[in-house]
Design a protein around this ligand. Structure first.
Ligand SMILES: [Zn+2]
Length: 74
């Protein structure tokens, strides 16, 4: 499913693919390259927060670790 997200920095609409209606995660504007953590509930953008490259890296690393742990524990 593709969800339209309006960039809070430059108001450009972009899309991100969502697996579920609820989503919290990183979004990068294709136009101004701004990074945000967005929260979507029931298909609505309810909040966003600026995200730095470092924070994004940390989040992705954490996710990788969690997925690795899940695989190992199965
Ligand atoms: Zn933007």
């Amino acid at each position: 499913m593709l969800k339209k997200i309006k960039c809070p920095a430059c108001q450009t609409e972009g899309t991100t693919s969502l697996v579920e209606l609820d989503y919290i995660g990183p979004y990068r504007c294709w136009k101004c390259r701004a990074l945000f953590t967005v929260e979507i509930k029931n298909d609505e953008l309810v909040s966003y927060k600026a995200l730095s490259e470092d924070e994004l890296k940390k989040q992705l690393q954490l996710k990788e670790l969690q997925e690795k742990y899940k695989k190992d524990s199965q």
